[in-house]
Design a protein around this ligand. Structure first.
Ligand code: BGC
Length: 413
């Protein structure tokens, strides 16, 4: 039976600047990728050269049937030195936004997606509460230049991620930077000390969470107060937290540490962005590894597309605002498995809509295979393959599959 999505439903794909643009040389991650003993499997290099190739990429996603594109602005390009804003970089993003409009694609813009300028990170970064002001100044400048062309705004991508990874004990609760000599070296190279160096994910997770929460709340007002009038919200990393064998208290503590402060703040936003890939189980002693018999993926977590339905329901219940699925996807070399994943995840979206939950859109992560952070180019999340030698784009069957659903705004459930 075909299910028709509400009129105006957003069908998009997502990327992040550092993962696709290439040569993001003024960012903290670029530095961290190039120190001896780096934690990264390989450097980002040219990435997908999306910085130059965005016109073809935007045209291609429109041609495939998508009506929206979520991408991020790179703060390290826009403000490469503190207080020195690059008009050329801002104009670049203006052209990107214009190219979305020319192709009938609704642009959804993320103001921060993991990477920051080196100068910011060298001087405390996200660990330092007062640094939220520096982020706000950048948001103000970017909104004044670009706001009239933006249609959906995400302040900070997965502002809760560091806390979520600490709550699931994927990251140590005091951060990993002190234990990683390469991070100390990166700090030294940008004129700082490891204590002051505050890169996202590597520093103290709960300090990062608190600065990001404050920055989000204030950034929402800044970006809505500028040129343009568009819905704004934060996006959250959300695994389906499940309790087994007396794990309720552990699960609830993880929720309280990583979800609830953001979902409560989101009540004053226009929407909340849900980003889900898998689940996390807890027993009475804490987080558990993958369940026996459940297939795991290259990222280490379980293949479990149904997790999305659970996180949409949880976010809806606590945030009580419209929801965009701002990311959902799978890193796999088996494109048939990707189609299965998307089909099962969308089934969950349909169940939520049938139950009256206000889901406004679905963005697949990612438009194309790209730089998967510490993992380098190994995991392939893309609907489009990218030849690393030639940069040639080749849409996969999953791109046609999801593109057809997007075009029809209907799904055979
Ligand atoms: C991030 C993306 C990342 C994706 C797949 C999300 O947590 O926002 O940048 O590539 O997951 O791991």
């Amino acid at each position: 039976m075909a299910f028709t999505f509400p009129k105006g439903f957003i069908w998009g794909t997502a990327t992040a600047a550092h993962q696709v643009e290439g040569n993001n040389v003024n960012s903290d991650f670029w530095l961290l990728e190039h120190v001896p003993g780096t934690l990264f499997a390989e450097p980002s290099g040219d990435a997908c050269d999306h910085f130059h190739r965005y016109p073809q990429d935007v045209a291609l996603l429109a041609q495939l049937g998508f009506n929206s594109y979520r991408f991020s602005l790179e703060w390290a390009r826009i403000e490469p030195e503190e207080g020195r804003f690059s008009l050329a970089a801002l104009d670049h993003y203006r052209r990107m936004l214009a190219s979305c409009h020319e192709n009938g694609v609704t642009p959804c813009v993320t103001f921060h997606h993991f990477t920051s300028p080196r100068w910011f990170t060298a001087d405390g970064g996200w660990e330092e509460k007062r640094n939220a002001d520096r982020f706000l100044r950048y948001c103000e400048r970017a909104t004044n230049h670009l706001g009239d062309l933006i249609r959906i705004g995400c302040t900070i991508n997965e502002a809760n991620l560091a806390a979520m990874l600490a709550a699931t004990r994927t990251l140590p609760r005091d951060g990993i930077k002190a234990q990683a000599p390469s991070v100390a070296e990166a700090a030294r190279r940008c004129g700082g000390t490891v204590e002051r160096f505050g890169p996202f994910l590597l520093g103290h997770p709960f300090k990062i969470r608190d600065t990001m929460l404050d920055a989000h709340v204030r950034a929402r007002d800044v970006i809505k107060g500028g040129r343009g009038d568009f819905p704004a919200g934060v996006t959250l990393a959300m695994m389906d937290f499940q309790a087994v064998a007396g794990g309720e208290a552990m699960r609830d503590q993880a929720r309280a540490e990583s979800y609830l402060p953001f979902l409560e703040a989101a009540r004053r936003d226009d929407f909340v962005g849900v980003q889900t890939y898998s689940r996390q189980r807890f027993d009475a002693n804490g987080p558990l590894g993958p369940e026996e018999g459940v297939p795991t993926l290259i990222m280490g977590y379980e293949f479990l597309p149904e997790a999305l339905e659970a996180t949409i329901r949880y976010a809806g219940e606590h945030a009580r605002v419209p929801i965009y699925v701002t990311e959902n996807g799978i890193g796999t070399t088996d494109d048939g498995q990707r189609i299965t994943y998307v089909r099962r995840a969308l089934k969950g979206v349909v169940q939520c809509l049938r139950d009256g939950i206000d889901v406004r859109g679905y963005y697949y992560w990612s438009l194309m295979d790209n730089f998967e952070w510490l993992f380098g180019y190994g995991p392939q999340f893309g609907l489009i393959a990218v030849d690393r030698g030639t940069q040639r784009r080749q849409p996969k069957p999953s791109a046609d599959y999801l593109g057809a659903i997007a075009r029809a705004n209907a799904f055979d459930i």
